[in-house]
Design a protein around this ligand. Structure first.
Ligand code: RUB
Length: 321
């Protein structure tokens, strides 16, 4: 349970929705973490539901998909990549002329596969572009665990670059340990530090690379709690700070005035058995203002955060519909 006051809707547990609920549970409990993995898990759950559907007509099928969508969206609120992905996949069925369930299921499967391929392609493109920014014998500072960042570093390593990584442990649930393990597997010299040692070590770093959960229309980036503090420290130390992100982490609602919601997680992650009367706050993410970001390394290249809406309009116009 989250400490936030909002009550989640209770959905009927039908066998059909079980894979979706299992996926949502994995996402909520961080068994699956990181925006990209969350989106992949959600797409696969939608595909699994479609394959099991007993819907009698298109309307019924769309209702089931919509119910699945609500469950997935409620699993973590700061995840526009998941929302964009699920919306896009379901939209392929909504707009298709098929009425026959078998054809509609096929449409979901092919849309899901198409989206997953797209995610994989852009991950490769981002790694190819970003790896060029890793200089030989440099020190890279990172925070939390971003599969997009670690893939970029893997690519740099494969290209024969030699570099070191400093990663924060990332309180309260230590995703930095996942990063550290992955780096060690790559045979990269890795130093793990407590989050509060970021300023102490920033002078040693040549480059900061962090992932993103959401990008707003103003070009601000939402990522793991503590990211904005690292950006501040990087600015003070004049260390370039780059965000490594899929463009589809752009949240269209921010274009129309809404703020990106910041998920607040269970206080037990911070202190399991705290003394009575203590207030514990546990926001999962924070906002790094665009002025602190040298560039967003995305599938279209390294772009300025200021140009994000223009790039999205050109590349993914459907996102605004
Ligand atoms: C993970 C996190 C990651 C982004 C990007 O937070 O903040 O930096 O999600 O990850 P959590 P990726 O562990 O709470 O999900 O690049 O893999 O999409």
């Amino acid at each position: 349970m989250h400490t936030s006051a909002k009550k989640s809707t209770v959905y009927p547990v039908t066998a059909l929705l079980r894979p979706v609920q299992t996926a949502a549970k994995k996402i909520r409990s961080l068994k699956v973490q990181g925006a990209r993995n969350i989106a992949i898990t959600a797409i696969r759950a939608i595909e699994a539901l479609a394959k099991e559907t007993q819907a009698k007509n298109k309307r019924e099928f769309l209702e089931q998909l919509s119910e699945a969508k609500e469950i997935l969206f409620a699993s973590r609120e700061t995840e526009p990549l998941m929302r964009n992905a699920v919306r896009w996949v379901i939209n392929q069925v909504e707009k298709s002329e098929y009425e026959n369930i078998r054809d509609l299921v096929k449409a979901i499967s092919s849309a899901s596969q198409q989206f997953l391929r797209k995610l994989k392609d852009s991950k490769e493109k981002i790694a190819n572009i970003g790896a060029k920014r890793i200089r030989d014998n440099s020190v890279i500072f990172t925070h939390c665990h971003s599969s997009t960042v670690t893939h970029l570093l893997r690519k740099a390593k494969q290209e024969g670059k030699s570099f070191e990584v400093i990663c924060t442990e990332t309180r309260p649930v230590f995703q930095g340990r996942i990063t550290a393990k992955e780096m060690l597997e790559l045979d990269v010299k890795t130093t793990l530090i407590v989050d509060s040692a970021a300023r102490f070590f920033m002078n040693r770093a040549d480059l900061v690379l962090v992932g993103a959960d959401a990008i707003t229309s103003e070009g601000n980036v939402i990522n793991k709690i503590g990211t904005s503090m690292i950006a501040l420290v990087a600015k003070e130390a004049r260390t370039p700070f780059y965000v490594v992100s899929e463009l589809l982490k752009f949240d269209p609602v921010t274009m129309y005035g809404d703020y990106e919601k910041i998920e607040e997680r269970n206080s037990e992650e911070v202190w399991e058995k705290p003394p009575k009367g203590l207030t514990i706050r546990n926001p999962a993410f924070d906002v790094t203002r665009r002025d602190f970001i040298h560039g967003i390394i995305c599938e279209e290249g390294i772009i300025s955060p200021h140009s994000i809406t223009e790039v999205i309009h050109r590349k993914y116009p459907w996102i605004f519909k």
